[in-house]
Design a protein around this ligand. Structure first.
Ligand SMILES: [Zn+2]
Length: 248
């Protein structure tokens, strides 16, 4: 494994494919790094934590990022929280996500349902991570040279956060499972996937005029990302769910 540099300041340090591959079950784990400080976004399932940590060290050396922000409580993005806190990484998540991770709640996070559907190995479990810190939505932070805004983005699941990062005149949206290249969304038959809230979220994100989109799965969009986001928003405005990332 090896970290994959995507832009001057963004690396993929974990995921299901590519040189950064950590586990077949992981969402994409990003590292923002300006050479001195930065931020991790999403922590994978935990199945590939050692590889993830090695990839982070490959970029950061002896320096350490501020911490890891978790977009939402699905295991492919959040299951590695316990492994991360165990190694001394401060992990931050929204209140609903932190509460579910604290007790390894496999109902709230739909892990039990997803495991029965074959999305995860039969013996995979969500390890409780009681040390996850709560990140308020609408929080604005300066981390190194990055201006980071935390935004509430329910729809794909409850408690979903996205992270808007302004750096060097570029505005980047780290969208978790909310939005993907081409204006796709991620709609699943789970209790807390809420299309009305999804519509509100995406239409709000379309107003942010993001240049770049770094989704939790698949290819990033490195310029003109607002057009991708607008495509999804326009579909929702017509009450039609946008194309789903998840297909048979
Ligand atoms: Zn998800």
């Amino acid at each position: 494994m090896t970290a994959r540099r995507i832009t001057d300041t963004v690396w993929a340090v974990g995921g299901a494919d590519g040189p950064e591959r950590t586990s077949a079950y992981d969402g994409t784990q990003y590292l923002l790094w300006d050479g001195a400080d930065g931020l991790l976004i999403d922590v994978g399932t935990g199945l590939g934590s050692d590889a993830w940590l090695a990839n982070v060290a490959e970029v950061c050396g002896d320096a350490a990022p501020f911490g890891a922000f978790v977009s939402h409580y699905h295991a492919d993005h959040a299951g590695g929280a316990a492994a991360a806190t165990r190694t001394g990484i401060d992990v931050y998540a929204g209140a609903a996500t932190a509460a579910a991770l604290a007790i390894g709640d496999e109902q709230a996070t739909s892990l039990e349902r997803a495991r029965r559907a074959g999305v995860y190995p039969p013996d995979y479990r969500l390890t409780a991570a009681p040390e996850v810190r709560i990140l308020p939505d609408s929080a604005a932070l300066t981390i190194g040279s990055f201006a980071v805004t935390v935004l509430d983005a329910p729809g794909h699941c409850d408690g979903h956060l996205v992270f808007l990062v302004d750096h060097g005149g570029q505005r980047s949206l780290f969208s978790g499972d909310t939005l993907f290249a081409g204006g796709k969304v991620s709609i699943q038959a789970i209790p807390d996937c809420r299309l009305d809230l999804y519509s509100d979220t995406v239409r709000g994100l379309a107003e942010l005029q993001a240049d770049q989109l770094f989704p939790g799965h698949g290819a990033p969009v490195l310029s003109g990302a607002s057009a991708d986001i607008e495509r999804a928003a326009e579909s929702f405005r017509r009450l039609i769910p946008p194309p789903n990332l998840l297909t048979d």
